[in-house]
Design a protein around this ligand. Structure first.
Ligand SMILES: [Zn+2]
Length: 87
């Protein structure tokens, strides 16, 4: 018999991150554009849109939206070639 009662759920903390604002699906949807843009631009999207990541992990519907928007914007980015050659 082993007793784990004294152990803290560190793994859960690691997955969910520090306690922060809980996003609703509406709030998540409103910020998804911005979040993905930040991600693709190489910014720390998680820090700039707090609560988003834990919502995406916990909410399969929004997680799917995130994945498809990301694929869409990434294709868009490549199409527009942001890195223009110097004149
Ligand atoms: Zn959601």
């Amino acid at each position: 018999m082993s007793r784990d009662a004294g152990r803290r759920p560190e793994l859960i903390d690691a997955v969910l991150g520090p306690a922060g604002p809980q996003l609703t699906c509406d709030a998540c949807f409103e910020r998804l554009d911005r979040y993905v843009e930040l991600e693709l631009a190489g910014h720390d999207a998680d820090a700039m849109v707090p609560g988003m990541r834990s919502h995406l992990i916990g909410c399969p519907a929004c997680g799917e939206d995130h994945a498809s928007l990301r694929a869409l914007l990434r294709a868009d980015c490549e199409d527009a070639s942001p890195a223009r050659p110097a004149r």
